[in-house]
Design a binder for this molecule. Structure first.
Ligand SMILES: Cc1ncc(COP(=O)(O)O)c(C=O)c1O
Length: 470
């Protein structure tokens, strides 16, 4: 391909991307077209001779862009979806142009070093143990899987069992202690690891979905042998934080009583809070635990996809993940990224983290945490004061649970009607949840681009649709 051809493709893509990004403040947040319409727009099967690349890019932009959800618009408050920091966008474009397979240092040293630095900066920023290892993976799901694989390695190794060599058949039993309502990705990771959902013991939570330390203490008293405990830094519904210092004390006592113990933190939603001085009381004790999973693509606003697995015990992390092959040049000159996650060939996802951390700076990361929490409180204050809704959770981070008050008492139906109305209008996007048996609306503020005007616009639309729907 000629330089001029690359330029034509990049020009086509960057023109379309710029138009899209320019439209974000005003475009509908969610497309209204149905599945058949989207298929019809995109259904151009490969021809025998193919199509010129520039034309493909032009037509892709024309055919697909109307149907993307404006997740980086500042007005997408559904699930826990991060926006897109400009530095992350730039880094991602370069990474695509460079097309690096970031498995091994000897195969591509530059991106390996960028990931090594991003890992060190992140560990430092979060105040985690300096010797911690980091794997950049696809998301919170695979980060949790990676950390729990390291946990499985270590708690079995401590009783003389080599799970990587001998598997789980005949292995000492591992008890996995989770909180009630643990995120589905934790249960799925346990499935992937062959531990099964029956290995679970569930600990009761308090009103804000925090694991009750007294209940954990009681559970641990009846658990003997290898033990994995999973806690949360930012609950998907309430945004709340477990009591990490209390959990660390209990884990230490359990370990001292002769039980190999590993505590993992699912920090997909709010591990970044550890970088915000204002959140120090909530995150106290985090650094005394064993592993932490989080997402670059959520609050840090790195482009999709990017998950981060961090382990205090680097050798357990590496033992669980690394693999040797005769044709690979491994361990020569620098960090081999494939040692720290389940992928073999892989994208250098840590480069987006490198760029975003540099662009935000330490104060910027803390500010992102504090600003999104402030906006969540703004939502809660305005909706709570309206008389049309109640705030169900104590808003301690960037997640809000809303009960829409229906005069006929069918609050769940009203929540669904309000969300559907706002979505169809395109002003904002919210998603729901069933929390303690009740259908509610969730709000997640995870986009650096969201501001007070976005919240106020969204609140206006929500209240209007609530009035229409009753
Ligand atoms: C608490 C929690 N853990 C894990 C995940 C999974 O993260 P990912 O979607 O990046 O795999 C989520 C996603 O929202 C989450 O909220």
């Amino acid at each position: 391909m000629q330089e001029s051809d690359w330029k034509s493709v990049l020009d086509a893509a960057s023109t379309a991307a710029l138009e899209y990004l320019g439209s974000l403040p005003d475009r509908p947040v969610f497309p209204t077209a149905d599945h058949a319409t989207i298929r019809a727009a995109l259904d151009h099967p490969p021809t025998a001779r193919g199509v010129d690349a520039v034309r493909v890019v032009d037509e892709l932009a024309r055919d697909l862009e109307p149907y993307v959800a404006a997740q980086a618009s500042g007005r997408y408050f559904g699930y826990v979806v991060g926006g897109l920091h400009p530095a992350a966008l730039g880094a991602d474009l370069l990474l695509t142009a460079w097309d690096q397979n970031a498995s091994l240092y000897p195969s591509t040293p530059g991106v390996s070093v960028a990931e090594e630095l991003a890992a060190e900066w992140l560990v430092d920023l979060l105040g985690l143990p300096g010797e911690s290892s980091v794997g950049f993976v696809t998301g919170g799901q695979m980060a949790t899987f990676t950390c729990l694989a390291a946990a499985r390695h270590q708690v079995l190794r401590d009783v003389g069992w080599n799970v990587e060599a001998d598997g789980l058949a005949g292995a000492p039993r591992i008890t996995v202690v989770v909180k009630s309502g643990a995120h589905s990705t934790v249960l799925r990771a346990l499935r992937f690891l062959g531990l099964g959902e029956r290995a679970l013991v569930t600990v009761e939570c308090d009103d804000e979905d925090n694991m009750r330390p007294d209940a954990l203490e009681k559970v641990l008293a009846s658990v003997h042998g290898p033990t994995m405990i999973v806690v949360e830094c930012g609950n998907v519904n309430t945004g709340s934080f477990d009591d990490f210092a209390a959990v660390a004390d209990l884990a230490e006592a359990h370990r001292a009583a002769g039980n190999p113990t590993w505590v993992h933190v699912d920090g997909a939603v709010m591990l970044l809070a550890a970088a915000a001085p204002a959140m120090a009381a909530r995150t106290a004790g985090l650094d005394r635990l064993d592993s932490w999973s989080t997402d670059g693509h959520k609050l840090l606003n790195v482009s999709y996809d990017c998950g981060i697995a961090i382990c205090a015990n680097a050798s357990a992390h590496r033992a669980a993940m690394s693999v040797q092959a005769a044709y690979l040049e491994q361990g020569e000159g620098g960090r081999d990224p494939m040692d720290w996650g389940p992928d073999f060939s892989r994208r250098a996802r840590g480069v987006g983290v490198y760029a975003t951390l540099r662009a935000l700076g330490r104060d910027g990361v803390a500010g992102l945490v504090e600003r999104t929490i402030g906006l969540a409180r703004r939502f809660a204050d305005q909706l709570g004061a309206s008389g049309q809704a109640e705030i169900v959770n104590d808003v301690v981070s960037n997640q809000v649970l809303v009960r829409w008050l229906a005069p006929d008492g069918d609050h769940g139906r009203l929540a669904d009607a309000v969300m559907a109305g706002v979505r169809a209008e395109g002003k904002a996007f919210f998603s729901g949840t069933t929390y303690r048996g009740e259908r509610l609306m969730r709000i997640s503020v995870s986009d650096w681009a969201s501001d007070e005007a976005d919240v106020d616009q969204a609140v206006e639309a929500l209240l209007r649709h609530a009035r229409l729907a009753v």
